[in-house]
Design a protein around this ligand. Structure first.
Ligand SMILES: Nc1ncnc2c1ncn2[C@@H]1O[C@H](COP(=O)(O)OP(=O)(O)OP(=O)(O)O)[C@@H](O)[C@H]1O
Length: 451
């Protein structure tokens, strides 16, 4: 375990040297800066677990520094030191994201205790994240959870709603994985041993859809020569997934709504109601609010369905998930096609990261499948990628600062190189043309030190 790193910022030399002495004795790695400006320079090249800064300093003051640190390195904790008289500013600091504040003159023991508490909390947080990640990997289903904040947020929500019977509306562009998510929800819910039935509302003609869903009595219409159970009844105890719900005809929407409200339905041609216990999941790539405005979707059904709404972001808005997804599919498809592909070259991976993926994960999966089949060596190279993917290099990186984009790119390239050489750090540093110490610093910065 590496020593926790602390950056002390104060324009008073004495305070810096006293604190440095005290904290180094505690086993911390301590750097010092006489001003906010100097602190930011140091932060450019190093990762710090905690920045302990004075509030009042000439130039960039403690609050401004806090704001910059939170932008540059959100996982760095900031502790503000302040004189008793400016306790109000300390409150401001906490509101702006400081983890704690220390009143001057301080007692060394108090400082040590506060920093220790923050670090403990930090490692606990890391543990929770790691556990959550393990949990997501352990949950059943052929689905890959990215580590992007958006997917983690969905995971957090799912943890709470999967065990319930609550209706869930899954939104997202085509190919984002709405279908696999619905199955995943069922397979991890208490209903997992009961049926999961999926119906694509846009693929079945209107009159058939109704009889498919609700079933019919013998003689209900020409051709109804026996009673037939509908999917709703077949799903009893389990889950019914209404895919492409946006394409469901209006008269059926009314019937589904009634069913959702009462749990009861009447098969076609029957007179008695039937009661079932079915969890409903629905998905669409259409904008339901637009459809409501156009009179094509019932507002009351929309409200009934979207008790819980999960919006899967398009792949181009969570590019950081691309490398891991690529490896997920390489593993899976290599086995399926009995090939020996181990990874992907940095060049090919960067094409994949930069492409916009209008067909989302489905398109990515297809591209990897093709590449795995075509690959002649152990690594997928740019030669095995379709031209459309190579045409787009570096054109777009939406809604991110240059620094963020570069960092993301750097992290991906490091991770990918590590994988290529079986996590040998010396070799990775050599390939990337950096020294080992720099590599370690970057691993720490990007929190990939545990590999
Ligand atoms: N997170 C994921 N992990 C693994 N595979 C995924 C993931 N997301 C999508 N896929 C794969 O991508 C393909 C498309 O997924 P799915 O059919 O669930 O998308 P969809 O959003 O329902 O698409 P559509 O709106 O076109 O029906 C499937 O082959 C699925 O296996």
């Amino acid at each position: 375990m590496e020593k926790p790193s602390i950056l002390l910022v104060d324009d008073e030399e004495d305070i810096l040297s006293v604190l440095k002495f005290v904290l180094e004795k505690e086993g911390y790695q301590v750097a010092t800066a006489p001003s906010g400006e100097e602190a930011l320079k140091l932060m450019d090249k190093n990762y710090f677990d905690i920045v302990l800064s004075d509030l009042r300093m000439p130039g960039i003051d403690g609050i401004q520094l806090l704001e910059r640190v939170k932008e540059l390195s959100p996982s760095t904790d900031v502790v503000i030191m302040t004189a008793y008289a400016s306790i109000d500013s300390a409150v401001t600091a906490i509101k702006k994201g400081a983890s704690d504040y220390i009143v001057k003159p301080f007692i060394n023991e108090d400082v040590k205790m506060r920093l220790k508490r923050i670090l403990e909390h930090k490692s606990l947080q890391k543990e929770v994240e790691a556990l959550r990640y393990q949990l997501s990997q352990r949950l059943k289903g052929d689905i890959f959870w990215g580590t992007s904040p958006q997917m983690q947020e969905i995971m957090r929500l799912l943890e709470r709603v999967i065990p319930t019977k609550s209706t869930i509306l899954i939104l997202g562009e085509s190919g984002t994985g709405k279908g696999v998510l619905a199955e995943f929800i069922h397979n991890n819910s208490p209903r997992q041993d009961k049926p999961f039935i999926s119906i694509n509302c846009s693929a079945i003609p209107e009159n058939l859809l109704e009889s498919e869903l609700f079933g019919y009595k013998k003689g209900a219409f020409t051709g109804a020569i026996t009673d037939k159970k509908g999917l709703i009844e077949l799903a009893n105890g389990g889950t019914l997934f209404l895919d492409e719900i946006g394409d469901m005809p209006l008269n059926l929407q009314a019937k589904i709504l009634k069913f959702l409200e009462t749990g009861e339905f009447i098969p076609l041609g029957d007179t008695t109601k039937k009661q079932v216990d079915v969890r409903i999941l629905a998905a669409t790539n259409k904008n339901l609010e637009e459809l409501i405005k156009e009179g094509k979707f019932r507002e009351d059904l929309y409200f009934r369905l979207n008790v819980i709404e999960i919006k899967i972001p398009p792949l181009r808005e969570r590019r950081e998930d691309i490398p891991a997804l690529v490896y997920f599919f390489i593993d899976k498809l290599t086995k399926e096609h009995n090939k020996k592909v181990k990874g992907i070259t940095n060049e090919a991976l960067s094409f994949l990261i930069n492409y916009d993926w209008p067909g989302n994960v489905r398109e990515l999966k297809n591209v990897i499948e093709r590449a795995v089949i075509l690959a002649t060596g152990e690594f997928i190279t740019a030669n095995e990628l379709p031209e459309r993917i190579k045409g787009n290099r570096g054109l777009e990186f939406p809604a991110k600062t240059l620094k963020e984009s570069l960092e993301e790119f750097e992290k991906n390239i490091i991770l990918n190189t590590l994988k290529q050489v079986n996590y040998n750090k010396e070799q990775t540093a050599k390939i990337l043309g950096i020294d080992l110490a720099t590599l370690y610093r970057k691993l720490k910065k990007y929190q990939i030190e545990e590999i």
